[in-house]
Design a protein around this ligand. Structure first.
Ligand SMILES: N[C@@H](CCC(=O)N[C@@H](CS)C(=O)NCC(=O)O)C(=O)O
Length: 319
């Protein structure tokens, strides 16, 4: 694990000394946008963009899910990095297809030779101008949601105008407390920082559990972006965050509504095929050697994600 400083790679762990042991996620460095306007700098075009992902990473998983749901698999190719992220950061098992690079940080310096910052997935690459359009999953899923609609003919909308305010509210609550909340637990280097993050996380999950007792989804009776953003953390929770990140007040299995909701989303469309528990467990347990120095990866837990979910009955009985 490391970062680029003025284009040079340094192998270093997150610095939590300045923040009293608290993990603080860096903002993404590339924030451009693909648009459905043909004259935009990055216009939507079939075959022009390439997505670099890790199957382990919850942020990259959002992008993979939207690529599937929005019918983009024939229009945007992907490269999957190795689950092991060690001294070189994210690396490719085989040289990646566009330039034969072996490490993801080489792609960042190809886009910006003096880049400073962390080298993260997902990365949305423009083959034409040979640069990174965006390495921010929150932006990438918005682009996938609408920019390619004319090309794919898929007009499913996970961020509909009339629900935007409520979706944004849930996102603003779920990001610090849940999505990043599990990392705030796992990467904390002081007891106090860990306990604060843990309390925030379980207060948030308890609140979402109560909400899901009377609402099938987070917002508006339909699956939205807010659900998919929550899902990629929930699906990793029992396998990784509960043990490895010490998020162990309760498992998702112990929350009846969250458990069935997670199953419903997992069973939706081709979402199960975007979820890879080998990569998920291997990445976290093998890469974070300061948390798990033996690099032993647990065999369990055994999860039942495929039995029919009970969401209809659950929501009806509590109304
Ligand atoms: N804000 C980014 C965060 C992405 C992110 O932090 N990805 C992690 C993988 S789960 C990563 O690549 N970490 C490498 C590092 O921090 O060095 C997004 O949502 O796209």
């Amino acid at each position: 694990m490391g970062k680029l400083i003025e284009g040079v790679w340094y192998d270093q762990w997150y610095d939590t000394k300045q923040s009293k042991g608290r993990f603080q996620r860096e903002d993404a460095g590339f924030r451009d946008h693909i648009s459905d306007d043909a004259n935009a700098p990055f216009p939507a075009e079939s075959g022009r963009y390439h997505l670099y992902v890790s199957l382990a990473c919850p942020w990259a998983h959002r992008a993979l899910i939207f690529r599937e749901l929005k019918g983009l698999t024939d229009h945007i190719d992907i490269t999957v990095v190795c689950p092991d992220m060690l001294q070189h950061g994210w690396v490719f098992g085989m040289p990646e297809p566009l330039y034969g690079l072996t490490k993801l940080h080489q792609l960042y310096t190809k886009a910006k030779p003096d880049y400073s910052g962390r080298v993260t997935v997902p990365v949305l690459w423009d083959k034409q101008t040979e640069t990174i359009v965006s390495n921010e999953s929150a932006d990438i899923i918005r682009m996938f949601n609408s920019a390619f609609n004319e090309i794919t003919g898929n007009h499913d909308d996970f961020y509909p105008q009339h629900l935007r305010e409520q979706i944004d509210e849930w996102n603003a609550f779920i990001y610090p407390n849940v999505n990043n909340g599990v990392y705030r637990c796992g990467f904390a280097t002081t007891q106090e920082a860990y306990e604060d993050a843990y309390d925030d996380l379980f207060a948030a999950l308890d609140k979402i559990e109560r909400h899901l007792a009377t609402h099938r989804y987070l917002v508006g009776g339909q699956i939205t972006e807010a659900d998919w953003r929550l899902f990629t953390t929930l699906i990793r929770f029992d396998a990784v965050y509960f043990g490895h990140f010490k998020c162990n007040a309760r498992r998702i299995q112990d929350y009846p509504n969250l458990r069935e909701y997670t199953k419903e989303l997992y069973q939706y469309g081709k979402v199960a095929q975007t979820t890879d528990f080998y990569h998920i467990k291997r990445h976290y347990y093998f890469s974070h050697t300061m948390i798990n120095p033996t690099q032993v990866v647990p065999k369990g837990p055994q999860l039942d994600l495929s039995s029919p979910h009970q969401r209809e009955q659950q929501v009806q009985t509590s109304l």
